[in-house]
Design a binder for this molecule. Structure first.
Ligand code: AP5
Ligand code: MG
Ligand code: ZN
Length: 215
């Protein structure tokens, strides 16, 4: 299965990608997670990327295209992958097409998660992520058993630097201007599947599997 999860910040791309990864045993390729790891490791690329991320802007195309080109050639991507947060611009989508053509691969589908803007802000302000294992939570929609502590590994739950309301609004604006044209881009290629991302997480997963013709 070679999939793209498309959707605005907070649509549930990461949440759904992790569920699909367990189901299909293929990796989640999240450019956001890869960039945050580079920031944490204080690499030169990470330090530069952090400036864009903290401003709610996109990291330059050539940087993320290079990351994805390398990642898709790793051995765990042979049977498939779930792209989460990439592509985000038309040049990134064009580059992905070239990379996949070079590897002799085709996308199976692009799943677009649709969620209203006011709900996105609530999801992102309440999001918490485990600093140990990376599991995601939400203070209201998916709370941990003990506030601030990961159910899975006991790690400390942290809030992302870009999940402040002002930065969230900027990220949503950037999505509308630079990423939303990809909905039509993939519709024209007859790859687009639309899912109601407002539903509870398990229901969204069910709808994704349904539109992929997997029950
Ligand atoms: P990235 O990490 O990709 O962030 P994003 O696209 O803004 O998306 P999020 O991770 O915020 O949301 P999500 O859809 O994964 O939602 P989640 O499942 O966590 O990118 C961050 C930054 O990196 C960018 O701003 C940019 O600077 C840079 N970057 C990354 N990729 C790039 C690229 N390709 N090009 C250029 N720059 C790039 O869910 C959110 C919350 O809601 C969670 O708390 C969850 O528990 C809850 N939730 C999820 N689903 C539901 C549901 N159905 N009902 C109720 N609550 C739910
Ligand atoms: Mg995410
Ligand atoms: Zn954890």
């Amino acid at each position: 299965m070679k999939l793209i999860l498309l959707g605005p910040p907070g649509a549930g791309k990461g949440t759904q990608a992790k569920m699909l990864m367990d189901r299909f045993r293929i990796p989640q390729v999240s450019t956001g997670d890869i960039l945050r790891a580079a920031v944490a490791n204080r690499t030169a690329m990470g330090l530069k990327a952090k400036e864009y991320m903290d401003a709610g802007a996109l990291v330059p195309d050539e940087v993320v295209i290079g990351i994805v080109r390398d990642r898709l050639q790793e051995s765990d991507c042979v049977l498939g992958f779930i792209l989460d947060g990439f592509p985000r611009t038309v040049p990134q989508a064009d580059a992905l097409r070239e990379v996949l053509a070079g590897l002799g691969k085709d996308l199976d589908a692009v799943v677009s998660l649709e969620v209203d803007a006011d709900v996105l802000v609530e999801r992102l302000t309440g999001r918490r992520t485990c600093g140990g294992c990376g599991r995601g939570f939400h203070v209201r929609f998916d709370p941990p058993g003990v506030a601030g502590v990961c159910d899975a590994c006991g790690g400390v739950l942290i809030q992302r630097d870009d999940d402040r309301e002002e930065t969230i609004r900027q990220r949503l604006q950037v999505y509308g201007a630079q990423t939303s044209p990809l909905v039509d881009y993939y519709r024209r290629q007859e790859l687009l599947r639309t899912v109601d991302g407002m539903a509870p997480m398990d229901e969204v997963q069910r709808q994704i599997l349904h539109c992929l013709s997997v029950q």
